[in-house]
Design a binder for this molecule. Structure first.
Ligand code: AP5
Length: 217
């Protein structure tokens, strides 16, 4: 299956893409993670992307498309994937359709997750991420066993630079202006499923699975 996870910052795209990926044996391809790796490794692309990310603005398409195109070429993406955080605008969705067409592929389904803004801000401000394996925690909802240490790999947990409240509010505006039109775009294409993103992560996963008839529960 080739899936797209849509939703505002903090909706749980990453959390659900990981859980669903384990369930259906498909890799999560997160544009934010790819960009943060490029920033961490100080690649030329990462150096260009950094200032946009720190402000909570979208990184220019030519940079993001290059990363996604290269990632889709990797062997584990050949039989399916879950895109998380990409596409984020109609031009990116059109570029994705072209990339897939060249490979003889199309998107199977788009899952749009949403939750109220105040819940999104609460989730993001409590998020901690492992520097080593990108595993996510929440200081209140899902804390690590040892403070500051990843349960999975023992890596150091950190707070993302763009997870401070004013930047989060800007990211929510960017979502409304640039990304929300994708609901209409994929709705018209007949491949959109909308899912309530409130409640426990396992409850939300069940809602997503119920929208994927091709997946055996
Ligand atoms: P990106 O990394 O994609 O961030 P985002 O879209 O803002 O999404 P988040 O990762 O903040 O939220 P999420 O929905 O994945 O929620 P999560 O599961 O982590 O992008 C960052 C930046 O990179 C952008 O601002 C932009 O600059 C750039 N960028 C990325 N892609 C781009 C693109 N395509 N084009 C241009 N620029 C791009 O959950 C959040 C927290 O809530 C966690 O702590 C989690 O544990 C907790 N949580 C999750 N679910 C629940 C639940 N059900 N109940 C309670 N807590 C929960």
């Amino acid at each position: 299956m080739r899936l797209v996870m849509l939703g505002p910052p903090g909706a749980g795209k990453g959390t659900q893409a990981r859980m669903l990926g384990e369930r259906i044996h498909a890799p999560q391809i997160a544009s934010g993670d790819l960009l943060r790796e490029a920033v961490r490794d100080q690649t030329p692309l990462g150096l260009q992307a950094r200032s946009y990310m720190d402000k909570g603005s979208l990184v220019p398409d030519e940079l993001v498309l290059k990363l996604i195109d290269a990632r889709l070429d990797q062997a584990d993406a050949k039989s399916g994937f879950i895109l998380d955080g990409f596409p984020r605008s109609v031009p990116q969705a059109e570029a994705l359709a072209r990339m897939l067409k060249q490979r003889g592929e199309t998107i199977s389904q788009v899952i749009a997750i949403d939750a109220p803004d105040e819940e999104l801000v609460k989730r993001i401000s409590g998020r901690r991420t492992c520097r080593n394996c990108n595993e996510m925690y929440h200081m209140t909802f899902d804390p690590p066993a040892k403070p500051g240490i990843c349960n999975k790999c023992g890596g150091e947990l950190y707070q993302r630079d763009d997870d401070h409240e004013d930047t989060v509010r800007h990211r929510l505006q960017v979502y409304d202006n640039a990304t929300k039109p994708l609901l209409d775009y994929y709705g018209k294409a007949g491949i959109l499923s909308q899912v309530d993103g409130t409640g426990r992560p396992d409850e939300i996963l069940d809602r997503i699975l119920a929208k994927l008839p091709a997946v055996a529960n």
